[in-house]
Design a protein. Sequence first.
Length: 376
Amino acid sequence: MTFTPASADEPAVVPAVKLRPEILASPPYRQGRPAAADAFKLSSNENPFPPLDGVIDAVVASGAFNRYPDASALALREVLAARTGVSPENIHVGSGSVALLSQFIAAAAGPGDTVVYPWRSFEAYPGLVTVAGATSVQVPNRADGSHDLHALAAAVDDTTRVVIVCSPNNPTSTTVSAAAFEEFLARVPSDVLVLLDEAYAEFVTDADAVQGLRLTGRYPNLVVLRTFSKAYGLAGLRVGWAIGPVEILDAARAAAIPLSVTQPAQAAALASLEREDELLRRVAELADRRDRLHAELTAQGWFIPAAQGNFVWLATGDATDAANDALLAGGIVARAFPNSGIRVSIGEEESVEKLLPITQRIVDLLPVGHPARRLG
Ligand SMILES: *Cc1c(COP(=O)(O)O)cnc(C)c1O
């Protein structure tokens, strides 16, 4: 028997056992490369602020680590329910909203069913659909990187079980408006599950943008997904939550791997909600930094879609590899999507200072008429 360690550079090895062909054809999840010691890691939309002391204390205090966690995260659900004006049964907690996405997709869609979502959007969607055995239908974004909700609604047919809308959209940072989203919901059949992925909701400053929490209770097929990973800075602890109709949440609970939300994660989420004012001040600071970066990039000659997440999108297209090389050489580790663009997270203030001279050189080299360049 030979054992071949996995490596991105080696050709795929044919496994000895029978595996699902669609899984074999899927790329395994690979995280962005770790940043060098003096580089800024702006590749995962993480919160640059370290955890608050009180949150760390709560994590430490949570631990009888020899015991299983509270399987349903009742204490956390009760607090979230009280804040959102629903019953705790209308809240479901998962080990990150990626886990929740997986549960809802698996609960609704299987072989022969389709899941409709915009593209480009969150990288995890295609793999989660494939693992469920269902088929992806990807609807291209508009030229400005925003969702085309008319085309999305039009792509729904008899095979559709789930439609995903991501606002702000990862990686383009655009939002859908509340009006457009409600128009969209009116067009989607009420027996098709709509997942509104609002992983970056707290960073939104545009008053016209959809706010999922205002819609809960009004649509029988809408589930809104939120996370503690981004705004609350708990990405490493894995905790997210869903709000929606009890019967749909029960189906997700049935599709979940039991006991995966750990007690330290539940404790950290509760402690974060208690310290929300302080955390939201940080969020406001990051949103402010984002707006200044957007303005500076625009002044440099970039066309950058209106940014509402904690990241901006450089639509570098065929120049993506060269642009990413320039960023890496300058100590900026961003997330490059080959032949598409580069997503840059809002990090420390110093990272912005380091970034801007590099982006100026990149945009100056883009040919006139390139989609990432402003006209005129
Ligand atoms: C980061 C992200 C998530 C989820 O993150 P978790 O850490 O699993 O909660 C979900 N959706 C989008 C669009 C994201 O960018």
